[in-house]
Design a protein around this ligand. Sequence first.
Ligand code: COA
Length: 191
Amino acid sequence: MRKLTRFSNRLTVRPLSERDFFSWKKAQEEMLPAKSLFDAPGKPLKECNRTEFKKILRKHREGIKGNQHYSFGVFLKGKKCLIGYLGVKHILRGHYHSASIGYWIFNNYWGNGYATEATDLCVTIAFEDLKLHRVEAEIQPANKPSIKVVRKLGFWKEGLSKKRLFMRGRWRDYLVYALTCEKRGYSLNLT
Ligand SMILES: CC(C)(COP(=O)(O)OP(=O)(O)OC[C@H]1O[C@@H](n2cnc3c(N)ncnc32)[C@H](O)[C@@H]1OP(=O)(O)O)[C@@H](O)C(=O)NCCC(=O)NCCS
């Protein structure tokens, strides 16, 4: 059965639900202006209403239903406090069973080890629930905190992928880091 939910000492990672509206709204209100080039600005406060939240939920649900894109909220455990998002996207099945993972901790929570702890749970979901064989992270070389996250989780560097993604107005190079399920003690046999 796919639980799509995991707990660590401090965090809960799970898909968002309707009941998370006030947590989401509070998170948008408390987020600081973008702190680095790689930080995403929060939603303009005038867009933090139920209609917008429902649009986000619909998008997340469509991704899950189509087995294409799984999005998760990161919550402080036992609290209704949303501190970031995780995503498992670009899922390839067939002979691949691979995906990219993404992580974003809201900038008022940076530097507490939350990204590492949350991404670890996301990797577990990817291997145990989504039955993926490989997860990759695409990271711009200057995004040092992000590189530290994947290195601490045992990802290895595959190399620099030239002109990989169109971001902030141009095609940019990305480092590709990867982890396969064997490194976590799982095996996936497709026959
Ligand atoms: C990358 C990101 C998720 C890290 O979140 P975080 O919760 O602060 O990360 P952690 O606390 O788990 O720390 C990871 C490492 O980065 C270091 N770090 C955190 N912020 C840093 C900063 N501003 N500069 C340098 N190092 C930093 C931490 O010290 C830690 O390393 P250490 O264990 O050697 O001390 C967060 O900065 C973020 O959301 N950035 C914007 C979105 C993004 O870049 N996502 C990744 C796209 S590939």
